[in-house]
Design a binder for this molecule. Structure first.
Ligand code: UD1
Length: 339
């Protein structure tokens, strides 16, 4: 299959490009390079010994998507990773978030359908599930668009748009993948997560403490109703997550389908920090802090549907993710900017 990866220079996009190329597919990356780096495309090519062309431009613009098709098409499929994703910033800049996170989808669908794609895969999030009584979340669990921030709302809005588009394009395979918490890096140490500024997410933060650029890990709350009092999440190694996209593309069928991509195994904040300390080889400074507003005590999925229908399941552990993230961090202390 020949696949266009919108947002392909990003963390999950670059790992998926590697997984597609390793599986014998062709991959072309389309990215606006806001928050991403062109070096990621070069590193994808280096890991796979294949070409991974990069087209740069604003993906909300039909002309940019058309250029990717003109220069590198036709494509069998589009995988859409391109989104602004800083949860806090999204509450300050709702219009930019809705315009970008929906506008990219509109342009990719308009051009992709006109140019005859068969499959469209969308990066969604496990935060669309609304009610903790449903844990572990299956794809049937209640979803809401009434979520705590515009980033998450934009993801659920995209799902609604995609279901409607699928219903009037019955020949199109539309797959929504609801990610839980992506962590880790490619074992080569060549591609990984490269957050700008101070990271919001736990593993990148812990890694910055380990490399010495941040002082200590703040543990946001130790009074949740969980075994050690800290929040539980379903951390999925980004290499497993990338392979989930390949499985979804290879198995996709006409219509609209939703899959959770997660491990199904909840890990606490202190559990993740302990696993990272093991990878680093020593303890890290940490401090219990108040709960972070908007956080839930626990979120983790039931990944059985993806196993059953896509023949996909995770094979890597939280220890693998910490080892690989730390390898990437040590090999690239300044991220891609140091390249
Ligand atoms: C966050 C986003 C979610 C997004 C996901 C991407 C929020 C509220 N949610 O999820 O929309 O899809 O990232 O991976 O931002 N923690 C600490 N100290 C830290 C950072 C985090 O204790 O410095 C804790 C949190 O309280 C939480 C866990 O670690 O219990 C995971 O946090 P994080 O990595 O930010 O992910 P989520 O909040 O689950």
């Amino acid at each position: 299959m020949r696949v266009l990866l919108a947002g392909g220079a990003g963390y999950i996009g670059a790992h998926t490009a590697v997984a597609l190329l390793d599986a014998g597919h062709d991959a072309v990356l389309l990215d606006d390079l806001s928050g991403t780096h062109s070096a990621a495309a070069e590193r994808v090519a280096r890991i796979t010994d294949r070409t991974a062309p990069l087209v740069v431009g604003d993906i909300t613009d039909d002309a940019v998507v058309e250029k990717a098709f003109d220069e590198h098409g036709p494509f069998d499929a589009i995988i859409h990773f391109a989104a602004f994703k800083a949860v806090g910033e999204s509450t300050q800049k709702p219009l930019q978030y809705y315009a970008n996170n929906l506008g990219t989808t509109f342009a990719l669908l308009r051009v992709g359908i006109a140019r005859g794609i068969r499959s469209f895969v969308f990066s969604s999030t496990g935060t669309v599930y609304a009610d903790p009584v449903d844990l572990p979340f299956t794809e049937e669990a209640t979803t809401s668009v009434d979520l705590s921030n515009p980033y998450s709302k934009s993801k659920r809005m995209n799902e609604v748009v995609l279901a409607d588009v699928a219903s009037v394009n019955p020949e199109l395979n539309v797959t929504v993948l609801r990610y839980f918490n992506p962590v880790g890096a490619h074992p080569s140490g060549l591609i990984g997560e490269d957050p700008a500024g101070i990271p919001n997410n736990l593993m990148p933060y812990v890694s910055r403490v380990a490399i010495g650029s941040l002082e200590r890990v703040g543990v946001f709350g130790d009074d949740y109703d969980t075994p050690d009092g800290t929040g539980l999440r379903d951390y999925i190694h980004v290499v497993d997550l990338a392979e989930g996209h390949v499985a979804a593309l290879e198995k996709s069928a006409p219509g609209y389908a939703v899959y959770n991509l997660g491990t199904g195994v909840p890990v606490s904040v202190l559990g993740l920090v302990a696993a990272f300390e093991k990878a680093v080889g020593h303890e890290l400074p940490k401090q219990i802090m108040p709960r972070r507003p908007g956080d839930v005590a626990a979120t983790y999925c039931d990944p059985a549907k993806a196993a059953r229908e896509l023949g996909w399941q995770t094979r890597l552990t939280i220890d693998d993710a910490c080892r690989d993230y730390w390898h990437w961090q040590q090999s690239n202390p300044a991220g891609y900017a140091g390249v």
